[in-house]
Design a protein. Structure first.
Length: 138
């Protein structure tokens, strides 16, 4: 590390340092050949190279990806609701098997609830559940 620092100092001492000279205005002006150029736009050769087509294709792809994502959210919520409905139905059958006399529970024992997906399933509002989740399940 010390050798590297010494090498850098020696290089700094030996490099030629000159003062900057001001440039005349003629040197700052662009050459005449550059002034005579005509601004041209890219011309697509085929319809697939058109900017509007590429933009529309990207927009359709984004909307399609968003739609597939929302459909996935809806399907997974529906499958979860069906699984809970099936579980509650099985628990009710087991309760009825254990209590054939029609026992009504008292205290902390409760008969499993009857669960209906059509009543419990919320509509597709993916952002609402993050804002007010408690109000959706009243």
């Amino acid at each position: 590390m010390r050798i590297f620092a010494i090498l850098l100092l020696v290089t700094l001492c030996l490099c030629p340092i000159g003062q900057a000279q001001p440039l005349p205005k003629a040197a700052l002006r662009p050459p005449l050949a550059a002034q005579n150029l005509v601004a041209r736009e890219y011309q697509p050769i085929t319809w697939m190279e058109n900017k509007k087509f590429i933009g529309a294709l990207a927009g359709v792809g984004f909307i399609l990806a968003l739609g597939v994502g929302l459909l996935g959210i809806r399907l997974t919520e529906h499958q979860a609701c069906k699984a809970v409905e099936k579980q509650q139905r099985i628990l009710q059958i087991r309760w009825d098997e254990m209590h054939p006399d029609g026992f009504t529970p008292a205290g902390d024992q409760m008969r499993p609830i009857s669960f209906d997906c059509k009543a419990q399933e919320r509509h597709l509002k993916p952002l609402v559940s993050y804002n007010k989740p408690a109000e959706l399940y009243r």
